[in-house]
Design a protein around this ligand. Sequence first.
Ligand SMILES: Cc1cc2nc3c(=O)[nH]c(=O)nc-3n(C[C@H](O)[C@H](O)[C@H](O)COP(=O)(O)OP(=O)(O)OC[C@H]3O[C@@H](n4cnc5c(N)ncnc54)[C@H](O)[C@@H]3O)c2cc1C
Length: 483
Amino acid sequence: MNPSKRGFGRAVVMGGSIAGLLSARVLSEHFEKVVILERERLPDGPEQRKAVPQGRHIHAMLEAGLKVLEELFPGLLEELEAGGADRIDMGRDAAWFHFGAWKPRFVSGYETILCSRPYLEWKVRGRIVALPNVELRQGYAVQGLLTEGPGGRVTGVKVEGPDGEETLAADLVVDATGRGSRAPQWLEQLGYGRPEEEQVGIELAYTSRFYERPAHSRNDWKSLALYARAPDSWRSGFLANVEGGRWIVSLSGYFGDHPPTDEAGFLEFTRGLPTPHIHEALRGAKPLTQPVMHKIPTSRWLHFERMPRFPDGFVLLGDSVCALNPVYGQGMTVISLGARRLGECLAAQARSTPGNLQGLSRRFQKGLARSIGLSWMLATTMDLIYPRTRGKRPPGLKLLQWSIGNLVDLTSLDEASCERFYRVLHLRGGLEVLLQPKLALALAAYSLKSLFVPLAQRVNLDRMPRAPGIRTPAGGERMDTAA
Ligand SMILES: Cc1cc2nc3c(=O)[nH]c(=O)nc-3n(C[C@H](O)[C@H](O)[C@H](O)COP(=O)(O)OP(=O)(O)OC[C@H]3O[C@@H](n4cnc5c(N)ncnc54)[C@H](O)[C@@H]3O)c2cc1C
């Protein structure tokens, strides 16, 4: 876009992680100047960051998120691949034991990219700092919001930088400071009150480590996910190819059954996973790092969109609004969709009231809540199956859990149902996707069967399905060896 056509003046983004970077990218199309304030000094390469400790753990990107990345950064996925990431088809290349049954292996058309979180963030950051109207200031910790007066619009931020405290004026301030955001306190101090907080207590922890990927593996998968069947078990395990010829292995356990960080304990934990495949893959594999743990006590959603009063000139995006249980792999995708929505809101605002941001904040937060809603519902409905999960249980929850459980089982039996399910799971469509008559009939029939036939006779519990053959460009059929 021609800079002179940008409709607004200066935007300030607090936080230079994934939500901050994606926000800056969409803001760069609408603001003359975008300043990102990041409190940490950032590495020059794909290294772990102290302020983003979750970066040491497996990070999947769902297909809807991948699409947004492609839109915002043309050629990024090829760049990631060129540096060693694997772009995979979820049906063909991922072996998935889900809720106690194997998913069929087929070419699904749903893609993801396998790479480490620091590598992804570093590549995205490279694209952002190359934008002529974006400035990334490192070592700047935001201390508070500036307003026009009590209850007035937000006009900038107070920030502690290398030269002491200063103020920075802005037409729009974006909070992308993650789960530790102080926005609730700041809004309260400014007289707006606090947002309603929804929490679902899971006492989850991830423990992860990197391994050298064995050179001559005969595995026909590039990622392996073993999910517990609630409520009987709560341990899950994930293994995926990442750049640098490595595997990342993340183990997780709910309710204090946390994967240990010592060598023997880590391996021993894999014996308690729903299938032995990760345990077998790791036997003899060479570890490259020590296991590290990250605790996630709750999924949390702050409902800024429900606040009776909310200031203009301020929006929030990312974990500062909603931090989801990571086992469902939705966080970065929900952030990507939120960033896209911010761009759409700004474009609509520029058309309807050029140069004026009044009303944008509320419209955006309401729209963002709609983007978050499906992911929150899917994650918390499944987590609330465990009697030990803390959280509000709405009426009709048991029926919903029973229906989703049956749907998940059904998707292990046939590709068509699985394809529809992937569409919802990868946030490419809403729940209406599941209302297609053929699927609804199959689900009704399966649900009836579930009342009479034991689980082991209904779904594939035992044998990992083989990957389908892949058509080569010449048309011949071959088996891909993935690792
Ligand atoms: C163990 C684990 C595994 C996960 N796995 C997945 C997965 O598989 N797929 C997925 O999509 N998501 C996953 N997630 C979720 C994902 O990591 C988050 O949704 C995402 O990182 C949130 O990004 P963010 O930019 O909102 O916040 P963060 O990444 O937390 O970044 C916040 C940034 O703000 C900066 N900051 C904080 N305060 C200030 C301040 N006052 N001033 C200036 N800067 C500040 C910080 O330094 C940091 O850079 C996982 C999370 C965890 C914990």
